[in-house]
Ligand binder design. Structure first.
Ligand code: HEM
Length: 406
């Protein structure tokens, strides 16, 4: 049997190494219309990922900041239910695919571990020890590759620790998480991964029901709102959503941010000297290279979006990447500039489905970047290694971040 590499396969299917600069194309489309009728994958020559049941639907892509915002703020017209036929097949019925009022009920049950207030505990008990151990191991070396050594492994380690899983289970758990979202590459394997994760979590949920601890699974088991508690299946669906939602995105966003800083040593030095720039640096990284450039919605009725009619049942790609580079909102949008005038971006989406993990993602990035700046004082690009290039269409990240530390 041939060995497969689910990490590499997902990358390939989503344009890694193929799509280098989607932003020029987004800009070209946006100069013609705020909402374009067509599919981005076809435009970039990538395999078509047609959601079952939508073969005959018309397809639109919202590009401008205004169009993307309008679609995301109107969940009644632009439903999230389409995910039931893609991600939902392997995740189960999670909040990602729910519309109101069901979505609000479940989100309220799940949100406690992700509030800004909850971050203090996760930061001190989990994120700092994990990140600092990894960065300490690099201090004293003359070279490092920051993706393999830091940004790829740490976010899944953080989620596993929040869930209270044994460290030895991590490699298998990480592989299953990536196989789960690779259903567009291999649906059968995605379904098997989904079942394996369910079986794995079943034992743990049962254990926490009889003896709750302070971890996230115990919090989910004990969560109660108006007398309602989560069933085991509801907990499994949320856990299966959490893995890719929390690990793939944060690994990519922290890699992209480091790439931006390494390519702009003056900005890296400015941040090193003045840590009050940290918050805006993290936001600029998310605006400039959001790890996830597109999400999807389905029109429930005819709608006008910035002058374009989107008919009922149309599939709508919501292009967060194009919106974050909309020149009518951001000056010189393709340039990474931590000093730019602060304006909110859409990397975490907006509206009812705004990323539930945004405080966690920001805190993790803050911890990682702080550790890198504090413990690796001579960090810079390695001049002997090829330039860092961020690639991909739906998911974006550099393939390597080789640096000098001496
Ligand atoms: C920089 C890192 C991250 C980015 C850019 C990001 C981006 C997003 C986006 C765009 C959505 C909206 C999806 C949609 O409506 O179709 C979303 C939803 C979500 N994210 Fe994140 N995410 C990040 C990190 C995280 C982390 C660390 C977690 C938790 C561990 C997380 C958990 C979730 C969950 C549970 C949802 C579903 C929310 C809902 O449907 O109400 N995310 N994220």
């Amino acid at each position: 049997m041939t060995e497969t590499n689910p990490f590499a396969e997902l990358n390939e299917a989503t344009g890694t190494g193929i799509v280098v600069d989607p932003y020029a194309k987004f800009e070209e489309l946006l100069s013609e219309t705020p909402v374009w009728e067509g599919k981005l994958s076809a435009l970039f020559g990538l395999p078509e990922m047609t959601i079952p049941g939508t073969e005959h639907s018309r397809h639109f892509t919202a590009l401008s900041h205004e169009a993307v915002t309008q679609v995301l703020l109107d969940g009644a017209t632009f439903s999230s239910s389409g995910y039931a036929n893609s991600m939902g097949l392997v995740m189960g019925h999670s909040i990602l695919e729910m519309d109101e009022p069901e979505h609000r009920t479940y989100r309220d049950l799940l949100k406690h571990a992700f509030t800004l207030k909850a971050m203090g505990r996760w930061r001190a008990e989990i994120v700092e020890p994990i990140v600092n151990k990894r960065v300490d191991a690099l201090a004293g070396q003359s070279r490092a590759e920051l993706i393999g050594d830091l940004t790829f492994p740490f976010p899944i380690q953080v989620i596993a620790a929040m869930l209270g899983l044994p460290e030895a289970d991590l490699p298998e758990f990480h592989r299953l998480a990536v196989e789960l979202i690779s259903i567009s590459v291999d649906i059968e394997r995605g379904l098997i991964a989904s079942q394996s994760l369910r079986d794995y979590f079943a034992g743990i949920v049962e254990q926490r029901r009889s003896k709750p601890g302070t971890d996230l699974i115990s919090m989910l088991v004990e969560a109660e709102l108006d007398g309602k508690r989560l069933t085991d299946e509801e907990i499994f669906a949320f856990l299966r959503l959490l893995l890719p939602a929390g690990a793939e995105t944060t690994y990519r966003s922290s890699s992209n941010l480091l790439a931006g800083l390494l390519d702009n040593p003056d900005q890296l030095a400015a941040l090193r000297d003045d840590r009050s720039l940290m918050k805006q640096t993290i936001e600029e990284g998310l605006r400039w290279e959001p790890p996830l450039t597109t999400i999807v919605r389905t029109a429930t009725r005819d709608a006008d979006v910035c002058g374009v009619t989107i008919p009922a049942e149309a599939q709508v790609t919501v292009c967060l990447g194009a919106a974050n580079h909309d020149a009518t909102r951001y000056e010189d949008p393709h340039t990474f500039n931590i000093h730019r005038k602060a304006r909110t971006h859409l990397a975490f989406a907006t509206g009812a489905h705004t990323c539930l993990g945004l405080h966690l993602a920001r805190m993790e990035t803050d911890v990682a970047l702080t550790a890198v700046l504090d413990r690796l004082p001579n960090l810079r690009k390695d001049p002997e290694v090829d330039d860092v290039v961020i690639t991909g269409l739906m998911f974006r990240a550099p393939s390597q971040l080789t640096v000098r530390l001496d």
